[in-house]
Design a protein around this ligand. Structure first.
Ligand SMILES: [Zn+2]
Length: 132
């Protein structure tokens, strides 16, 4: 048999079978767990799935859809979760009425997510800070 007769098919393009997490945009490698059950938006990586409730994942996806960005986009490695939340609190002015309080909460939550703070971490951190 001649060498040329073994494979005359053109080499197929090598495709990157990678999917990005809908929350943190990390690449989900082929074969890794992809979670989608019950979620109305794309897929999430194992880490995001394990660190957040389904409700929180929905909330996060909606905030990124409305305001852009992704989880951990602005994450600063030298800042702890506590320090990040403390900085966020300093950044936002206290709300004057209920409408602005709701708006403030949404904005703060979105900012927290950009800095890589999960909704649960934010709530926990705010409780600690308020009691200080
Ligand atoms: Zn993720």
């Amino acid at each position: 048999m001649e060498i040329n007769s073994i494979n005359t098919e053109p080499t197929p393009h090598i495709t990157h079978d990678m999917v990005k997490c809908g929350i943190c945009r990390s690449e989900i490698k082929r074969g890794a767990s992809i979670y989608q059950e019950g979620l109305t938006f794309g897929v999430v990586c194992e880490k995001c799935y394990k660190n957040n409730s389904q409700q929180d994942l929905e909330l996060m996806a909606n905030l990124f859809l409305a305001y852009g960005g992704y989880f951990g986009k602005l994450k600063q490695k030298r800042f702890t979760v506590y320090k990040t939340i403390k900085n966020l609190m300093a950044k936002f002015q206290p709300a004057k009425d209920l409408d602005s309080l709701i708006e403030l909460n949404i904005k703060m939550m979105h900012q927290a997510l950009l800095y890589g703070v999960t909704p649960q971490e934010l709530i926990h951190g705010l409780k600690i800070l308020i009691n200080e």
